[in-house]
Design a protein around this ligand. Sequence first.
Ligand code: FES
Length: 244
Amino acid sequence: WKGVHKTMEMVNITIDNRKIQVPKDYTILEAAKAANIYIPTLCFLKDINEIGACRMCVVEVKGARSLQAACVYPVSEGLEIYTQSPAVREARKVTLELILSNHEKKCLTCVRSKNCELQTLAEELNVKDIRFEGETYKLPLDDFSPSVVRDPNKCILCRRCVSMCKNVQQVSVIDTTERGFKTIISSAFNKSLNEVPCTMCGQCINVCPVGALREKDDTDKVWEALANPELHVIVQTAPAVRVA
Ligand code: FES
């Protein structure tokens, strides 16, 4: 389990001109957290999704040729890190604007409004307008499952749901499909969640930072689906893990 640090060997690093000592197997993000220094994240979910996908956590590392993702960059002796330099702040803002440029901006009617990590970051980074206009990718809503609604137009491809479904719940009914601009998170052959052995555990909803996955209040249909003996076996074997 990645959350357990195996070493107490320490290294000396500097973050924003503050000298600190942290265990040698920490990432920059962990080191910053230990020093109460805030670095924004979006795809990161401790122990579950540490893949450096969204680049919201970029920082400047002295000597590195480009900005580095703090959530996956390991500390080392003498490392010098800057978390709030103009280049860092600009990169985070542009990244967020690019994510928002292909995001369905129906915040007022979104179930996650005021509880959305993307919305919170937009406020934090003072993103008021979307400078980037262009092609957008529209996909149909998958609301055929009795319990989970999947809206690919709100998905930011953080892959938290994929890691949760695959590595924690060990169900694996969703994954990344297609490539480039057309990349989406969906079931195989873009089937509805209703057509694959989804256990309806809801853990994907729990970890989604935006409104791309949400609960469907259709209790009768859930019980109807759970009565399916084939599905029942999977429900019994999938461990229920709740992420705070
Ligand atoms: Fe580090 Fe997404 S939070 S890359």
